[in-house]
Ligand binder design. Structure first.
Ligand code: C2E
Ligand code: CA
Ligand code: CA
Ligand code: CA
Length: 273
């Protein structure tokens, strides 16, 4: 028996499958052991002008005994519905600090945090404590937040971001150009960096997307924010962003996310210019 694509039957069936998949993830997350079940990889970030690696984004990975590897876009949203997200965030931050300790001093790392982390005073305290206790320069630690996360409760998010900045950490606005995007956010929010969403890299041949990317890069320069182009997959895209004056690049063209040991080897071989 076949159904029309896009029919209500197909839709309900797909939704049903989705809900059941999420329920399985939710059940497995209840017994998540952050120490043993999670690990991280690091995606290098390079200077557009020289190609030198100057840091990396720490990305979480989860392999579950029953479900196998579950990608972050499938479990982070589920984890955000309970306090398990805070344990994940703190574990990723601990690992990021460990990585930072083994990197040349001119390297930085970034981690992703969720809206619910920003709204949890206890989690924010623990983040501050972990960074303080590491003894590392907090200015080498970047916290990535999305606009969607910040806009959910702007006042409390801005408060939390200010606290992180007062402690010396740096804030990056992730996936810029999607969701609630508004150029005015770039100067309204306490920010040090903007990450231009990967959809722009893949649409640079479209003159409208190209103009927007250029406008964002220019505005970053005016506001003295550093700027990263995400999802750079080709030499052409890298050249376009470099020509726009975008300082940093991230994407498969530079490197896929790497196992920690490989990232550390790459970093020590380039020395971080
Ligand atoms: P994101 O923060 O935008 O991270 C970049 C994602 O784009 C990563 O996927 C990365 O592997 C992928 N990517 C990098 N370069 C390219 C490219 O050239 N082309 C394409 N097509 N993709 C590229 P990943 O690791 O699957 O992470 C997906 C999302 O999950 C992240 O998006 C982030 O929102 C979330 N995430 C990952 N790790 C964490 C974490 O530790 N905590 C939280 N809260 N969220 C995380
Ligand atoms: Ca990110
Ligand atoms: Ca991103
Ligand atoms: Ca993204």
């Amino acid at each position: 028996k076949r159904h029309m694509p896009g029919s209500l039957v197909t839709y309900t069936r797909d939704l049903d499958t989705l809900v059941r998949a999420e329920q399985k993830i939710e059940v497995e997350l209840r017994s998540l052991n952050v120490e043993n079940d999670l690990y991280v990889c690091v995606q290098p970030i390079s200077k557009s002008t020289t190609g030198d690696i100057v840091g990396g984004e720490v990305l979480v990975r989860w392999t579950n005994a029953r479900l196998g590897p579950v990608p972050p876009h499938k479990f982070i949203a589920v984890a955000e519905r309970s306090s398990v997200i805070h344990r994940i965030t703190l574990s990723v931050i601990e690992r990021a600090l460990k990585i930072l300790k083994q990197l040349p001093e001119n390297f930085s790392v970034s981690v992703n945090i969720s809206a619910c982390d920003l709204n949890s005073p206890d989690t924010m305290e623990r983040v501050l404590l972990a960074v303080r206790e590491s003894g590392l320069d907090p200015g080498r630690m970047w916290i990535e937040v999305t606009e969607t996360a910040v806009m959910r409760d702007v006042d409390s998010a801005v408060d939390a971001l200010r606290k992180l900045r007062r402690a010396g950490m740096k804030i990056a606005l992730d996936d810029f150009g999607t969701g609630y995007s508004s150029l005015s956010n770039l100067h309204r929010l306490p920010l040090d960096r903007v990450k231009i969403d990967q959809s722009f890299a893949s649409e640079l041949q479209d003159s409208y997307s190209n103009s927007i990317a250029l406008a964002v890069v220019s505005l970053c320069q005016t506001l003295q924010l550093s700027c990263v182009a995400e999802g750079v997959e080709t030499g052409e895209q890298a050249a376009s962003f470099r020509a726009m004056g975008c300082e940093l690049l991230q994407g498969y063209y530079i490197s896929k996310p790497l196992p920690v040991t490989q990232f550390l080897a790459l970093a020590s071989s380039t020395g971080g210019q």
